[in-house]
Design a protein around this ligand. Structure first.
Ligand code: ADP
Ligand code: MG
Length: 317
């Protein structure tokens, strides 16, 4: 398996005052193999969107590297960056605000084709029809406007738009969070189907661990701009190591009522600290139920505790 994307020590700090920086992404490293889905999970505000957007070069990084096929994207020449921008697409969280209400579905989906000068109007039209069918809509929908569709259908339009330019890698930024629970699985299944049909690689962002399990090969857990644990999907769910991962997992409902009833829930105490004023030592220490003295003083590094299973925590050390 080859790495399609490799993120090395990526940092994105926003200047929010004269000498004040908000560390939205703070030294994050991970890789995504070709054809794989990496889930990225963490509470709202922990830096998931910023991380995804920095990888897509929609934000300038404060530090670090993003390698695409082994080459640092920040060293790309203009034409290489243009082709990277085409290869790497995004699906947004909110299918209501992300589609221009004044544009027809056809114009929305064909936008990338136009920007990248990929085909003439006639070919673009048949491509749009093909894409609509691929995402479970039909060609009659092409001349309609976004408000005529349900949330799930709108997200299908957003997916078709991202697929128009034949991307290789897609950042799916909470593509199901704004949808009814009953629709969520349909969209996840569509993304899984498209991945195998089109040989796509995904970064799938979510704020909880429930749906991520069905789509991810590996999952990274983010807290206050850092990855605290990353592992193969099965391993993360069956043998979570970091107290934060355990707390997130205990919030995921289990369909079996008997298991559900006997389960111990770990309640996260307190609020997420501000990323402008991060705690000394382990960022999670203030909310951790098993923190020891060291945790308030030293910053734990991500270390490999099992094959391909990385955790940043001093417990058991
Ligand atoms: P998530 O997607 O995990 O909810 P975000 O990446 O959107 O988190 O945000 C991470 C942190 O960065 C938050 O504290 C957010 O307020 C802050 N942030 C995001 N975008 C900006 C920006 N353009 N300017 C300043 N702060 C920002
Ligand atoms: Mg977000």
């Amino acid at each position: 398996m080859s790495k399609l994307i490799e993120v090395k020590n990526l940092k994105k700090h926003f200047k929010v005052g004269r000498n004040l920086y908000l560390k939205a992404v703070d030294d994050v490293s991970f890789y995504i193999n070709k054809g794989e889905t990496l889930g990225l999970v963490g509470e709202s505000g922990c830096g998931k969107t910023t991380c995804g957007r920095t990888i897509l070069n929609l934000y300038d990084p404060t530090g670090g590297e993003v390698l695409y096929h082994g080459r640092n994207i920040y060293d790309f020449a203009r034409n290489e960056m243009k082709s990277y921008r085409k290869d790497c697409q995004i699906i947004f969280q909110d299918p209501y605000s992300s589609l221009n209400p004044r544009m027809t579905v056809e114009t929305i989906i064909a936008e990338g084709l136009r920007v990248h000068n990929m085909m003439n109007t006639k070919d673009a039209r048949s491509k749009v029809h093909e894409l609509l069918e691929m995402v479970g809509l039909n060609r009659e929908h092409a001349n309609r406007f976004p408000h005529e569709f349900s949330g799930g259908q709108r997200q299908r339009i957003g997916i078709a738009r991202s697929l128009a330019v034949d991307p290789k890698f897609i950042v799916c930024d909470e593509p199901i969070s704004a949808l009814d629970v009953s629709i969520q699985a349909q969209i996840v299944n569509l993304l899984i189907k498209l991945q195998s049909e089109l040989d796509l690689t995904y970064l799938f962002i979510a704020h909880d661990l429930s749906m991520v399990k069905h789509i991810s090969d590996r999952v990274g857990v983010m807290y206050l701009g850092s990855i605290v644990e990353i592992a193969k999907c099965d391993e993360l769910y069956s043998k979570p190591q970091h107290p934060y991962t355990k707390a997130l997992l205990s919030a995921v409902p289990i369909p079996d009522p008997e298991v559900e009833e006997n389960r111990k829930r770990i309640m996260l105490q307190g609020d997420v600290p501000s990323p402008i004023n991060v705690p000394k030592g382990c960022k999670f220490s203030g909310r951790c139920t098993i923190a020891k003295d060291k945790c308030f003083e030293e910053v734990p590094v991500l270390r490999e505790v099992d094959k391909d299973h990385f955790v940043s925590c001093f417990i058991d050390q």
